[in-house]
Design a protein around this ligand. Structure first.
Ligand code: AMP
Ligand code: MN
Ligand code: MN
Ligand code: MN
Length: 288
């Protein structure tokens, strides 16, 4: 368990708890510094800030930007941003638009393989209809018994080449970094171990990301094995990038729980130093 968590979601995007409930859960689990990083959307940050004051949590303003990079979809987490900054707000608004149309096409694809009513079904799981996405479809498909869990549903229906997959035009990599920097934040390459690319392509990606001004890599995340932690810690070191940590919590059973992911190796430059946040003296760097 870690007292820092720089990646999680609320009902403002595809998480299952309200911003207040996320902050309260984090506090109850011993997290003291939390970044709420909803997909392409800043609408949960004000509510989270109010809850954080009540729970004695230090809230870092965050966001997770969806990016197209060749055939890959990447996620860039922004930390320490100004949520009012017009460049960031306008950019995010542009990539959010079209999610409803995409969801209708996803439902049409699923109807072709005999799954009716997926649009309405997924919408039942989307608290913020403008942010309808694959996670909401996945919850509907699990509910319908189409596969035994989220992982299996994604593999069968919601990944490239599968009936419910529809690509979308997100930000470019330099755009995402520019928007985050304009808003005074850091750009972090999220969950690198989850991208479907070989080591050579990953090295190219990190090199390009660094060249565009990217600031850090998420080294400690829920689905990173010890091998992946070591690999991305070394990559961060060789490109002189900050090392971030985060659960990617969406709700129970969807990625990690708050504060839960492998620790950073000692030689990493932890992102909380770049953000200038310090823990109260009585809080240990690693929780039991
Ligand atoms: P979207 O932005 O609509 O393409 O949806 C992306 C979201 O789908 C991610 O943020 C995750 O919440 C979820 N997701 C993608 N792949 C998986 C997977 N294999 N297992 C669980 N959730 C996934
Ligand atoms: Mn998500
Ligand atoms: Mn992500
Ligand atoms: Mn995420």
């Amino acid at each position: 368990m870690s007292p820092y968590d720089f990646h999680c979601h609320s009902t403002v995007s595809d998480g299952m708890l309200s911003p207040t409930a996320v902050v309260e859960r984090a506090a109850a689990r011993g997290v003291r510094v939390l970044a709420l990083t909803d997909h392409d959307e800043l609408g949960g940050l004000a509510e989270a800030a109010t809850a954080a004051r009540q729970c004695d949590i230090h809230l870092v303003n965050g966001v997770e930007i969806s990016v197209n990079w060749g055939k890959h979809t990447l996620h860039i987490v922004g930390l320490g941003i100004d949520p009012e900054h017009v460049v960031l707000r306008d950019g995010l608004q542009r990539i959010r638009s079209g999610r409803t149309e995409r969801a209708q096409l996803m439902a049409a694809g699923l109807a072709k393989v005999g799954i009716e009513g997926a649009f309405e079904g997924a919408m039942r799981f989307a608290d913020n209809p403008d942010m309808i996405g694959r996670a909401h479809f996945a919850r509907f498909l699990v509910e319908q018994g189409r596969a035994r869990n989220l992982q299996a549903v994604f593999k069968k229906y919601l990944t490239p080449g599968k009936p419910g997959y529809v690509p979308h035009q997100w930000a470019t990599l330099p755009e995402a970094i520019e928007w985050l920097h304009a808003a005074g934040g850091l750009a972090i390459l999220a969950h690198p171990g989850r991208y479907d690319m070989g080591k050579k392509t990953m090295n190219e990606l990190v090199e390009i990301f660094t060249r565009f001004g990217g600031d850090g890599i998420e080294v400690g995340t829920a689905n990173h094995t010890p091998d992946l932690v070591a690999r991305f810690a070394r990559l961060a070191e060789s490109f002189d990038l900050w090392a971030s940590v985060g659960s990617d919590f969406h709700g129970q059973g969807h990625y990690g729980d708050l504060g839960q992911f492998p620790p950073l190796p000692d030689y990493c430059k932890p992102v909380w130093q770049a953000l200038g946040v310090t823990l109260p003296a009585e809080v240990p760097a690693t929780l039991p």
